[in-house]
Structures are given as C-alpha cells and as structure tokens.
Design a binder for this molecule. Structure first.
Ligand code: ZN
Length: 95
C-alpha cells in the first residue's frame, strides 16, 4: 500500500535525522491524518493517551503510540531521558 511505503520512508527519515520528539509526533499525527483522508488506516495506528501527572495538579501528559509501535511522552522526564517514563507504562497498561 502506498501509505505504508510513505510511512516507512518518513520513519527512516526521522531516524536518520534524529528529529526531536516534537517533530516526530507532529509527523506521526500528520501521517495518521493522511491515512484517514485517503481512507487507509495504518495498522497499528497512532494512538494517543492522556495521562495525569502524579506530582502536579491539573497537569496531563500526552503519550503517543506511534505507527511503528514506538512510545513517546511529552513529560520532562521522557524529554530528558528518552526512556519509557511512568506515563508510558500507565498508557501501556490500558492499551
Ligand atoms: Zn511521561
């Protein structure tokens, strides 16, 4: 399928150029929108999870499960360590 090929190409670009997580997330979400608009839903699809911060009131983090199965989070912990944070683990439990 054309979309899957495009998705793989873009994933390769993301890896090659070590894009920031912000750009990666934007690209993954954009890919999702493209897939929707052409009536092709990739499997596995990008999934979004909202996870409440355990230390801060009224703070939620967005955990994204990408089309390649890679998990990212927009919390400071993940941004700094680039490793699975507690929000990702929480999202994985409900996935
Ligand atoms: Zn997190």
């Amino acid at each position: 399928m054309a979309y899957e090929k495009l998705g793989k190409e873009i994933e390769k670009l993301i890896e090659d150029y070590r894009m920031s997580d912000e750009i990666r997330r934007e690209l993954e979400l954009t890919l999702d929108l493209i897939a929707e608009s052409v009536g092709e839903k990739p499997k596995p699809e990008t999934q979004l999870f909202r996870v409440k911060s355990s230390s801060k009131e009224d703070v939620y983090y967005t955990v994204v499960k990408g089309t390649t199965g890679k998990w990212t989070c927009d919390c400071p912990d993940y941004s700094y360590r680039k490793k699975e944070c507690k929000h990702i683990k929480e999202a994985q439990e409900v996935d």
